[in-house]
Design a protein. Structure first.
Length: 174
């Protein structure tokens, strides 16, 4: 997938999520079902994890080059997804700075959606700063998946939204 296709895919995925939740009421948006995250908590998690990648993408290119290069064949979108599923099968879960913690601020639905959208718009905007070659040459560490090329990390970010969209859709269908 080239940069333009990736940008469009991310735009579509983000747009689908926003569209699916924007007309909910605040109570429904933050209602937990047992030990599962609420819709709002899913979106807070996505905004936090995207912010971490955005911060990395904001570093000067020579600093990103210090993370190293991926010493294996490039992974397709589907291969990144399969790698993520294999990691999830080990029981790994979000921890630390990307866990949703609604006590950190006075969250409401419109603020949470705006934060999600702001981080993802920034993510999509970062694509303009990289050539297709750089997306394959430069890499960043993922806390669970290890070193990923920038393109693979963008693939992961798109899939990650879709992964949480499935959880949100389950809540919406209850």
């Amino acid at each position: 997938m080239n940069k333009q296709e990736l940008s469009q895919k991310l735009n579509d995925t983000v747009g689908k999520m926003v569209l699916s939740v924007e007309n909910l009421d605040n109570d429904h948006f933050f209602r937990r079902l047992g030990d599962k995250w609420s819709i709002g908590e899913n979106m807070v998690h996505l905004a936090k994890s995207t912010k971490a990648f955005n911060n990395a993408l904001g570093l000067p290119k020579p600093m990103i080059a210090n993370f190293g290069k991926v010493e294996r064949p490039k992974r397709s979108y589907d291969e990144v997804v399969a790698h993520y599923h294999a990691a999830l099968a080990t029981g790994v879960r979000a921890t630390g700075g990307v866990e949703p913690n609604l006590s950190e601020g006075d969250f409401n639905m419109s603020e949470t959606i705006a934060r999600f959208k702001k981080q993802h718009d920034a993510l999509i905007g970062h694509l303009d700063n990289w050539t297709d070659e750089e997306l394959d040459e430069l890499a960043v560490p993922h806390p669970v998946l290890g070193l990923l090329s920038l393109r693979e990390m963008f693939y992961f970010m798109d899939y990650h939204i879709g992964h949480h969209q499935v959880a949100i859709d389950r809540i919406l269908n209850l």
